[in-house]
Design a binder for this molecule. Sequence first.
Ligand SMILES: Cc1cc2nc3c(=O)[nH]c(=O)nc-3n(C[C@H](O)[C@H](O)[C@H](O)COP(=O)(O)OP(=O)(O)OC[C@H]3O[C@@H](n4cnc5c(N)ncnc54)[C@H](O)[C@@H]3O)c2cc1C
Length: 321
Amino acid sequence: MEGVTKTDIAALRQLCPGGVLTNVDLASISQWKIGGIADVVLRPSSTEQVADLRRWLHDRRKGHVVVGLTSNLLFADGGLRVPCLQIGPRMGAVAINGNDVRAQAGAWVPSFARKLMKAGLTGGEHICGIPGTLGGLVCMNGGSQRNGISTNVVAVESVNQVGECSSRSVIDCGFGYRQSVFQKNNEIITSISLRFSHADRALIRENMRGILANRRRKFPRRDPSCGSVFKSDPAMYEEVGPPGQVIERLGLKGMRIGDAEISPDHANFIVNRGKACARDVLQLVALISTEVMSATGHRLVAEAHHVDESGNIKPLNSVET
Ligand SMILES: Cc1cc2nc3c(=O)[nH]c(=O)nc-3n(C[C@H](O)[C@H](O)[C@H](O)COP(=O)(O)OP(=O)(O)OC[C@H]3O[C@@H](n4cnc5c(N)ncnc54)[C@H](O)[C@@H]3O)c2cc1C
C-alpha cells in the first residue's frame, strides 16, 4: 500500500477506534457513485480524534484529504493513495438552546433542517433538501433560493494541519458566494455555532414542504449526481441567464459520454446512468465549458470539485482531461 503501511494502520486504529476502513470502493460511498479504491478511510468520532489524527499525519508528513458526504465531489478513477478523513454521522450531534444552535460538522443537513423546524426556528428552510454534512455546507457556503448558510453562522471551530483547535467568528470565515476560507486554509471544520429566529412551526414546515416539492419537480431524482455542476455567475446571469438555461438553449441536454449524461431534467446536472467514470464526467464538463464559452463569451466555473489520487481538490473545470 503506497504511503500507508500495515504498521500505520495499526497506529491509526489506536487513534480512531472503530473508524478505520481499508480498501474502500469510492464508487460505493460517493454520491456520484464514481471513483476507484481508497487505501484508507478514517471516520473520527470527536474533535479530539480529528486533532490526534492530524497531528499524527503531520508528524509523519503524510498527505490526506478531508471530505463530508462527498455530495460535491468527483473522485478520480484511480482512487486515493492518501488517507481520506471523512467527517460524517459519528460527529453529528446538534444542541439547540433558544435561538442558538451548536452542531458538529458531521450533522446531516436535511435532518439538521428538520430539527430547526421542530424547535420553531426559521432561517434554515432553504437547506432542507441539500444532501451533505453541515461541515461540507459551511465549507462550500452552500444553500438554495439565493441564500448561503453563512447568513446564520456565528462561529466555526476547526482543527488545523498540525492538530491545533481554534474558533473563528463569522467575519473571519471569508464567506462569499459558494466560498469560504476553509476551501483554502486546509482546516477541518469540527463544529459550528449558528443563530436562527423563532417563527410559527406550521409555517416553517409548510415552507420546507414547498421547497422540497419544488426541488423534486426541478432536479433529477433517479440517477446519482453531484447537484449543480457549475456556479451561477452574476454577470453571466444578467446577460444570458443561469448555467442550466444556457446549456439547455445550446441543445446539450441529454448529451452523453460513456454513462455520464447531461440530465434531461436539468441541464446543470450531470447524472451517472450506470457505470460512468470520472473521465466521462470531466470530458462532458470540458465540452460544456467550450460550447458555452464560444456561444456566450462567458467562462463557466464549476461548483463541484475533483479529488485526485494524491488528495488534491480542484474545481472540475480546472482538471486536465
Ligand atoms: C442532488 C444534490 C443536490 C444538491 N443541491 C445543492 C443545493 O441546492 N445547494 C448547494 O449549495 N449545494 C447542493 N449540492 C451540493 C452539496 O450537497 C453541497 O455542496 C454540500 O454542502 C456538500 O457537503 P458534503 O458533506 O457532501 O461535502 P463534500 O462534498 O464531501 O465536500 C465538499 C467540500 O467541503 C470540504 N469539506 C467537507 N467537510 C469538511 C469539514 N468538516 N471541514 C472542512 N472541509 C470540509 C471538502 O474538502 C470539499 O472541499 C447538491 C448535491 C446533490 C448531490
